[in-house]
Design a protein around this ligand. Structure first.
Ligand code: C2O
Ligand code: CU
Ligand code: CU
Length: 424
């Protein structure tokens, strides 16, 4: 006898809307008229259906970023014409509790559609969400999405923007410029998704440790105390803040340069305040959880299949490449066998960081430039710093089919920095 499963249905309609941002009106692209799109929240074990309807003037589609689901249901190759609909189905697997997000994936149009507003958060809840003190923390979902405006329209990309990845001058949290939120004393839980096309966030709250309890689609085994956390496009973080007394907290973006030689574009040395939290109430003492979950160590000794993924670019025309080739829908670039584990070296010989993303199959990051990573998590995006190599291990499952991997600076993805992996 199986436990009764809950079916959850969501409708997402992509449509243009006039939205007010930081006192300016602009035509944005929205899901269901809101920017960012609505939160889709489900429980582990739920059977989920998302009906996507395209009311834009051009093809689009929907990608449920990071969700462990059949490649046949992910179908990022399939586009949806204006006026048409497409349904995406998945089961929220046990152990997949975490934060995810959705955005368009119509190759060549992804950057502009996302920059103009199309993204939204997804949360899968599981056992850790019911564990104290996490369960009684005050939770805030924060979608980081920068944008540029010009005469009531979203600013267009220059040639330079396509090369570097465009950063909009308005850095928004949930569609607002420096929002102020309130929370009672106790634990504050920030669930953050970097839904920007290209901007990196170097997160910090002055005077506080960021107690990271989750990354991407996974909890960590125990909280990881960090001074600052780099969140690259596509990555998510689940962070506890010990707000023991009345105070104002400022979530700040500290400077970070994606090019070692360059400067950090527009971020001042003291950082840029993204959001403020005013904490009120009686002083509280807080005990952080010590054990959250178990993430198995992978048996790398048994791995016989290694792959190397090397980033590159060509000028005239400007293209970004993986293993020397720009993306082609009809070409299979790599194959892997279902139910085997592989180790991939992601090699970035370029003078610019690139965040690497793999669909469907969560991976563990093993090392960066040969230095072992000292915690375990199931990730789907990892930053590959300039002139660096990141090693990941991917346990393939019973799922078969065509799976994409790409740079999550979406300008680079649209300009070819993507490949097809066929799992057979
Ligand atoms: Cu969020 Cu293929 O991407
Ligand atoms: Cu994805
Ligand atoms: Cu890139």
């Amino acid at each position: 006898q199986h436990p009764k499963t809950t079916t959850r249905n969501f409708d997402l309609t992509a449509q243009q809307r006039n939205i007010t941002i930081a006192g300016q009106n602009a035509e944005l692209l929205t899901y269901n008229g809101s920017f960012p799109g609505p939160l889709l929240e489900v429980q582990e074990g739920d059977v989920v259906t998302v009906n996507f309807n395209n009311q834009l003037r051009e093809p689009s589609n929907l990608h449920l970023h990071g969700i462990f689901m059949s490649p046949d249901e992910d179908k990022p190759h399939q586009t949806v014409e204006p006026g048409q609909s497409l349904t995406y189905n998945f089961e929220a697997h046990l152990g997949s509790a975490g934060m995810y997000w959705y955005h368009p994936h119509a190759h060549g149009k992804v950057t502009r559609q996302l920059f103009e507003g199309l993204s939204g958060p997804i949360i899968i809840r599981g056992a850790v969400d019911k564990l104290e003190p996490v369960a009684s923390a005050t939770e805030k979902v924060l979608v980081l999405h920068d944008i540029g405006l010009q005469n009531g329209e979203v600013a267009s990309h220059t040639g330079m923007d396509w090369g570097k990845g465009k950063e909009g001058e308005l850095v928004l949290v949930n569609g607002q410029n420096q929002p102020e939120m309130s929370a009672p004393t106790g634990l504050l839980r920030l669930r953050i998704v970097n839904a920007s096309t290209a901007r990196y966030y170097n997160l910090n709250i002055r005077g506080k440790r960021l107690q990271v309890i989750g990354m991407d689609g996974s909890f960590l085994e125990a909280p990881l105390a960090m001074e600052r956390l780099l969140l690259t496009p596509g990555e998510r973080a689940d962070i506890l803040i010990e707000a023991t007394q009345e105070e104002e907290l400022q979530l700040t973006n500290l400077p970070y340069s994606r090019t070692p030689a360059g400067s950090s574009a527009d971020t001042p040395a003291e950082g840029m305040v993204l959001a403020k939290f005013s904490i009120t109430g009686e002083p509280k003492t807080i005990a952080l959880p010590t054990k959250l979950t178990h993430i198995p160590a992978l048996d790398l000794a048994s791995v016989t299949n290694y792959k190397t993924i090397t980033f590159g670019a060509t000028m005239q025309p400007l293209q970004f490449t993986i293993n020397g080739k720009a993306f082609d829908h009809h070409r299979t670039d790599l194959t892997a066998k279902a139910e085997t584990m592989e180790v991939w070296d992601i090699v970035n010989p370029m003078a610019m960081d690139h965040p690497f993303h793999l669909h469907t199959f969560p991976f563990q990051v093993i090392s960066v430039n040969g230095v072992a990573v000292d915690f375990r998590a199931w990730k789907d995006v990892v930053n590959v710093p300039a002139n660096s190599t990141v090693r990941i291990a991917i346990p393939f499952t019973t799922y078969k089919g065509s799976v994409m991997y790409h740079c999550h600076i979406l300008e680079h993805e649209d300009l070819g920095m993507m490949g097809n992996l066929e799992v057979v």
